[in-house]
Every structure is written in structure tokens, then in C-alpha cells.
Design a protein around this ligand. Structure first.
Ligand SMILES: NC(=O)c1ccc[n+]([C@@H]2O[C@H](COP(=O)([O-])OP(=O)(O)OC[C@H]3O[C@@H](n4cnc5c(N)ncnc54)[C@H](OP(=O)(O)O)[C@@H]3O)[C@@H](O)[C@H]2O)c1
Length: 272
């Protein structure tokens, strides 16, 4: 088997960079990375996979976010994927092979406080892929959405920097207080306690890319799975809603203690 080309979008940093580096380092020399859509048609077809990774984050009270910024986010997170698929799908169909791999998020399956628009963009990604996967299968093309929980990358740094500088005057005092005094410290603690490295996520993305029978969905963070499982446990949606509400506003001390414990366990694991 010769080298097979894999297209990875958004590989200047974070998960995309880690995925591209792992593919390029592949000891068996199975892969060649194509980093931009412009290079796609230059040297023959894309034999293996198209990895849609480029993405932006956005957090904060809805009243403080402009419609233009929301459109820009959708243009990258959702329409970026649509453009990529429109580009690679016809050739994959002709050759009856290929794999569309998409970096979604656990927030593509479950909404999280103050992540309304980001989460909506990832829900759009999930709906698109779930629909497309059926047609793709007819042409022997695989589809996988990779769903990381928190990952410590530029993404996290950028959203927190924006959040710190955010003008909260367009929202009411209580919402601003919840955002600054509850959401932001919690969120940072979650990243510090259960956040993965981009290399850890890349490792799992490579397993998905090289799998013979890749799954439609792959969550990368075991520690986050109990949260996403709540949604499937109760179709009315009450269980996850109640759990998130109580965890944030009622039993925050228990939640904080759990995060501290997870943080310690992660540090012990890291030392080993
Ligand atoms: N970090 C997390 O906690 C986390 C969790 C779940 C899912 N994800 C998802 O994982 C993916 C990668 O995120 P990351 O954490 O690795 O973030 P990152 O380090 O900020 O990398 C994002 C990449 O996307 C590119 N990008 C952003 N906007 C673009 C645009 N309009 N056109 C082309 N490229 C663009 C960036 O390039 P430039 O820097 O050149 O703009 C960069 O290479 C995203 O889809 C994100 O939603 C991240």
C-alpha cells in the first residue's frame, strides 16, 4: 500500500496540529498530510480521509454577543465543514472510498451554560454528519464525529481572553455576576482538572482514521462521559437539565470537591 493522502483543516495549532504531526510521523509511512483545501486537487485524489478540524469558540451572555460574531462562528464551525464536504464528496463517491472525520465536541450533543451559540454550531455539525452518513454509506464512505471534552489549546486561551475583556453592560447584573463569578472560575477548574492535551485527542483521532470500521461518534474523554450519558438516560431532558442546574447553583461545593479530586488524580497519573 502506498502513502494515502489525508486532508486536515486548521492545523496551525492545537488538535489539528497534533493530528497532522502524528500522521506525518507515522512510522509505517502510510500517510501524507494535505494542509489546505487549495492543495487538494494538485496531486491526485484524497485516498484516505478529510479531517474537518478548524473551529472557533464563543462564550458569554447572549445579549453581549453580536449577530456578526455569531455568523462568523457558524461560517467557520458549520459552513467550513459544508464547504469541505462539497469539495471532497464527489471524488470519494466516484472512488467508492474515503472517510469524513469531523472535530465536533461534547457540546454537539449537550448544551452547556453560556456556550449557547458555540454549542448550536456543533449541534448543526452533528445533524449534518448524521444525515450525510447514511448517503455516504451507500458509496462506502465512512463518517465520524470526534467529540472531545475540554482540551487545553489556544482555543481555551482565546475564549477566556475574550471573556475577561467582554463588555457585560448589555446584560443584567445577575447574569454578569453568574458569568464572572460562577461560570468562568468553574470552567477554568474543569479545564485544569479533566482537560486533555491535544496530543491525547490526536492519538484517538488517529485510531478512528485507521480503524477498519470506524464509529459514527467517538467521545475522547472518559471522565466526561457520565455527563453526556445523562441525556440518553432521560428523553424528557429533565435529568441533565436538573443535574447541570443543581451542580452549578446548589451543590457547587460537592462539584468543586470532585473537580479538585480529579485534578489530583490527573496529576498523579501524569507523574506516573
Ligand atoms: N479546545 C477544546 O476545548 C475543544 C473541545 C472540543 C472540541 N474542540 C474543537 O476542536 C477543533 C480544534 O480546536 P483547538 O482546540 O485545536 O483550537 P485551536 O488551537 O484554536 O485551533 C483551531 C484551528 O482552526 C483554525 N481556524 C480557526 N478559524 C478558521 C477559519 N475561519 N478558517 C480556517 N481555519 C480556521 C485555526 O487557524 P488560525 O489560528 O490560523 O486561525 C487553528 O489552526 C475545533 O473545531 C473545536 O471546536 C475543541
Amino acid at each position: 500500500m502506498g502513502t494515502r493522502r489525508v486532508l486536515v483543516t486548521g492545523c496551525s495549532s492545537g488538535i489539528g496540529l497534533a493530528v497532522a504531526a502524528r500522521l506525518a510521523k507515522d512510522e509505517l509511512k502510510r500517510f501524507k498530510v494535505v494542509a489546505t483545501m487549495r492543495d487538494l486537487g494538485k496531486r491526485g485524489p484524497l485516498e484516505k480521509a478529510a479531517v474537518n478540524n478548524a473551529g472557533l469558540g464563543m462564550i458569554g451572555p447572549l445579549e453581549c454577543q453580536s449577530i456578526d460574531a455569531m455568523k462568523e462562528l457558524f461560517d467557520t464551525n458549520f459552513f467550513g465543514l459544508v464547504r469541505l464536504v462539497k469539495e471532497v464528496f464527489p471524488d470519494m463517491k466516484r472512488r467508492q472510498s474515503g472517510h469524513i472525520v469531523v472535530l465536533s465536541s461534547v457540546m454537539g450533543t449537550q448544551g452547556i451554560l453560556f456556550n449557547d451559540v458555540y454549542s448550536a454550531s456543533k449541534f448543526a455539525v452533528e445533524g449534518f454528519c448524521e444525515s450525510l452518513a447514511v448517503q455516504a454509506l451507500t458509496f462506502n464512505i465512512k463518517t465520524t464525529v470526534v467529540e472531545p471534552g475540554p482540551v487545553v489549546t489556544e482555543f481555551e486561551r482565546k475564549v477566556y481572553e475574550d471573556a475577561e475583556n467582554m463588555d457585560l453592560s448589555a446584560t443584567d447584573k445577575e447574569t454578569a455576576k453568574i458569568f464572572r463569578e460562577i461560570y468562568l472560575p468553574y470552567s477554568k477548574k474543569i479545564f485544569a482538572s479533566i482537560g486533555q492535551t491535544p496530543e491525547e485527542v490526536a492519538e484517538q483521532a488517529i485510531k478512528v482514521i485507521t480503524a477498519k470500521e470506524p464509529p459514527l461518534r467517538h467521545q475522547t474523554n472518559r471522565l466526561y462521559m457520565p455527563m453526556t450519558a445523562l441525556k440518553h438516560a432521560d428523553p424528557t431532558g429533565r435529568l441533565p437539565l436538573d443535574a447541570f442546574y443543581k451542580m452549578t447553583f446548589k451543590y457547587d461545593k460537592v462539584f468543586n470537591a470532585t473537580l479538585t479530586m480529579l485534578h489530583l488524580l490527573q496529576r498523579i497519573r501524569g507523574k506516573k
